[in-house]
Design a protein. Structure first.
Length: 358
């Protein structure tokens, strides 16, 4: 058993479960490395907390990748502006509504529209999409994940019917943020967006990439404490995976074990949070998403994008589920979740206790 001072890892797991936080050095110790037995204790604590709130339910989100045009040039991302090898596409309204209809028939009750920061998608077009999807499927939730916008734009989308917004901060540390993103992007504006979204009344998802180039354990701790204070409704966490046409092409991808530890730690720090077992986690290990569920995750986001465009939304090399039809992906996901003793729940899957209704 790993000892540091006179406290064992097991003591720290107990304290994190009881208090939802830990002093700096104690939290740092949980980032690892841990023995097999210690890791299993951490995952078991996360499952216990998760099951006390959500039981065995896993929520589905249908991800529709609406455009891979992007005005930004993030060094890690395969659809960055400077990647001349990316074949660009954008879905039109009819194609997106068609994805939602197919998804609805497959039991999806949340649609996530995700895309690069594509100026063709003006506020007017986004609002029109949001209101059209909400009127076609009034019992479904609509999530947007379209990057940094002004407060006024976020408010307009909300008034048009979007109830949730995903925007990962990627890293909370200003210096590390600058290392991953060229100007004009700044961590200050990123956080401004997240606070605006919350203030407007969205259920908000933030999140980070793990093991992105230059990331240290101290950066991860800054992320954990920042998220504890921000209290997001969702947290998207996945390992960094290199993409061959980016400046980070030769950088090592993130590992499975630390990703699982961070998922479990987040479950203990933010018990009610909606925590996806991400596609990136499924990409670095054949059972990555199942292991994510066993470490406290409670959401999966199968792809509903038309099969013809999936390979073009290549954020990183080797991305899984790019050759499948929505129905296959849905079935495959259900089998994976069952295999670890959990159940897909056909439900909007709002944040526990969420009452604001539009
Ligand atoms: N590896 C892993 N995740 C990535 N993302 C973008 N590029 C990569 C990469 N190379 C993630 C970012 C973004 C989300 C949509 O995809 O965290 O927020
Ligand atoms: Fe997409 Fe298995 S979850 S094919």
């Amino acid at each position: 058993m790993t000892m540091s001072g006179n406290r064992t890892v097991m003591d720290r797991i107990e304290e994190l479960k009881d208090r939802g936080t830990l002093p700096y050095e104690d939290l740092k110790a949980l980032l690892g490395p841990l023995t097999g037995e210690e890791s299993e204790a951490l995952y078991a604590a996360a499952r216990e907390v998760r099951e006390s709130i959500f039981g065995k339910d896993v929520y589905l989100r249908g991800l529709i990748e609406i455009s891979n045009w992007c005005r930004n040039d993030c060094y890690y991302c395969g659809i960055r502006r400077s990647n001349k090898n990316a074949q660009r596409y954008r879905l039109d309204k009819e194609q997106i509504l068609d994805c939602c209809d197919k998804g609805y028939a497959l039991g999806f009750r949340t649609f996530v529209l995700q895309g690069g920061e594509d100026p063709w998608y003006t506020d007017e077009r986004i609002c029109d999409l949001a209101s059209s999807i909400r009127s076609a499927h009034p019992d479904c939730a609509l999530t947007l994940s379209l990057g940094e916008k002004s407060r006024e734009s976020y408010k307009a989308y909300f008034d048009a019917g979007a109830q949730r917004y995903l925007l990962r901060q990627e890293t909370s540390s200003p210096a590390h943020y600058r290392f991953l993103h060229p100007e004009p992007l700044t961590i200050e504006n990123r956080k401004r967006c997240l606070y605006d979204l919350k203030d407007i009344g969205y259920q908000v998802g933030c999140g980070i990439m793990l093991h992105s180039p230059g990331q240290t354990d101290d950066n991860i701790l800054e992320d954990l404490y920042w998220m504890k204070e921000f209290e997001p409704h969702m947290v998207g966490i996945g390992p960094f995976i290199s993409h061959k046409d980016t400046p980070f092409k030769d950088e090592a991808s993130g590992g499975l074990d630390q990703t699982l530890r961070v998922l479990a730690i987040l479950r203990l720090m933010l018990p009610k949070v909606l925590l996806p077992a991400t596609t990136a986690l499924g990409t670095i290990h054949p059972r990555g998403r199942e292991l994510g569920i066993l470490a406290g995750a409670n959401v999966v986001m199968p792809n509903l994008s038309p099969a013809g465009v999936r390979k073009k939304y290549m954020l990183y090399d080797g991305k899984i589920c790019t050759g499948d039809e929505a129905a296959e992906c849905r079935r495959c996901m259900e089998a994976r979740i069952r295999s670890v003793g959990y159940e897909v729940k056909v439900s909007r899957g709002d944040y526990p206790g969420w009452t604001r209704e539009q």
